[in-house]
Design a protein around this ligand. Structure first.
Ligand SMILES: Cc1ncc(COP(=O)(O)O)c(C=O)c1O
Length: 362
């Protein structure tokens, strides 16, 4: 190629056509009341003690943060009864998910996940150069759950990683311990299974087992957790993985140096120490979830049981229309055009507006 023909630096072909991550729409500006129910955020202010810790840490942000997140990891190791060497932190659990791809997969490899599920999975997979294998959800509009048998059937020699989103974003469906165990027993030991438990704290179905119980005696299982949802630290970007070595060690190697700010580290520690308040808030959101689901069902909607802090309405072609009506009424929701809307459980007043819109829409 002559120099005149060159239009710019050569970028990796694998990046072409990557869907961009769509953040939830912000609350509409210029209205007397408007709520954001589009990003599964926590509607509560920071937990007690968090603002004080962050404010104290802010006075030294001329310094780099603790690279190894030493104090936070010590707190996590203690809380979850795992060895320090099995922990790796990152810039939100989506940051850790991207690293998980970096350490397992590349061109020629395959990554399996349910679809529809968390929209970051196709993005981080394509960035790695690996191919996505999407396995449709099963169980119809009442369940919208992972088809674990089909996912196990989809494993080939090229499979390097399987994401299991439990509960699933955006449908809220959770996988029972029995189902998960049967699935894990079918996965070859050289394939990493990532149990993405971003919404674990909201699970009330006792048949759903904590992923950490599976990780303990399975070196190919990695559990992903975040401080963004129940803990209410979405804006500070801190998540973590629990996995055996060498997976955890590989994650520490690939972390963006100093990616987790000192503010985020201090906030996460203070949040962990504020467990009573956390449990109270989560319980209130779970109660609201029960109320919203019951309200929708009494209006005649078929909605899958949600174990997360959001609910899912399959609306097909009417999705965008619903999202517009919700926004006009004062709540922004997450629309997946042609499929459905995911609506976070928020303040009671916000949930009431959503229920009114749903009723009017039927
Ligand atoms: C299933 C799931 N995993 C991970 C994340 C990422 O959360 P964060 O990067 O804020 O920790 C989200 C956020 O929406 C999610 O829904």
């Amino acid at each position: 190629m002559s120099d005149e023909q060159v239009t710019g630096p050569r970028l990796r072909g694998a990046l072409e056509g990557i869907p961009s991550y769509k953040p939830g729409r912000p609350a509409a500006a210029g209205r007397p009341v408007s709520y954001k129910l589009s990003s599964n955020e926590n509607p509560y202010p920071p937990l007690p003690g968090v603002l004080e810790s962050v404010t104290a840490a802010a006075s030294s942000f001329n310094r780099y943060p603790d690279l190894a997140c030493t104090a936070l990891c010590a707190e996590l190791a203690d809380r979850f009864d795992v060895p320090l060497a099995h922990l790796a932190t990152g810039t939100g659990s989506v940051g850790v998910a991207q690293q998980l791809l970096q350490v397992t997969a590349g061109p020629g490899d395959e990554v399996i996940y349910a679809w529809r599920s968390f929209e970051a999975y196709p993005i981080v997979t394509q960035i790695s150069g690996a191919a996505s294998v999407q396995v449709p959800l099963t169980g119809g509009a009442e369940r919208e759950a992972h088809d674990l048998d089909a996912m196990a059937d989809a494993i080939t020699d090229r499979t390097r990683l399987v994401f299991v989103c439990n509960p699933n974003n955006p449908t809220g469906a959770a996988i029972s311990g029995q189902e998960l165990e049967r699935f894990l027993d079918r996965v070859p030991r050289d394939v990493l299974v990532v149990l993405d438990e971003a919404y674990r704290e909201f699970v009330r179905d006792e048949s759903v087992v904590d992923g950490l119980d599976f990780y303990r005696d399975r070196p190919n299982v990695c559990v992903l957790r975040t401080f963004s949802k129940a803990y209410g630290l979405a804006g500070l970007r801190v998540g973590f993985a629990v996995a055996h070595e060498p997976v955890a060690a590989a994650l520490r190697k690939t972390a963006v140096p100093f990616g987790v700010s000192q503010l985020a580290q201090e906030a996460a520690i203070a949040s962990l120490r504020s467990e009573d308040a956390l449990l109270e808030r989560v319980e209130a959101l779970v109660k609201e979830r029960t109320r919203v689901l019951a309200g929708l069902r009494s209006q005649g909607w078929t909605v899958p049981e949600s174990q997360a802090n959001f609910v899912w309405l399959r609306l097909g072609e009417r999705t965008s229309d619903f999202a517009e009506k919700a926004e006009a009424a004062g709540v922004t929701v997450r629309a997946f055009p042609g499929e459905g809307v995911r609506v976070s459980i928020g303040e009671t007043a916000a949930n009431d507006i959503f229920l009114q819109v749903a009723e009017g829409f039927r």
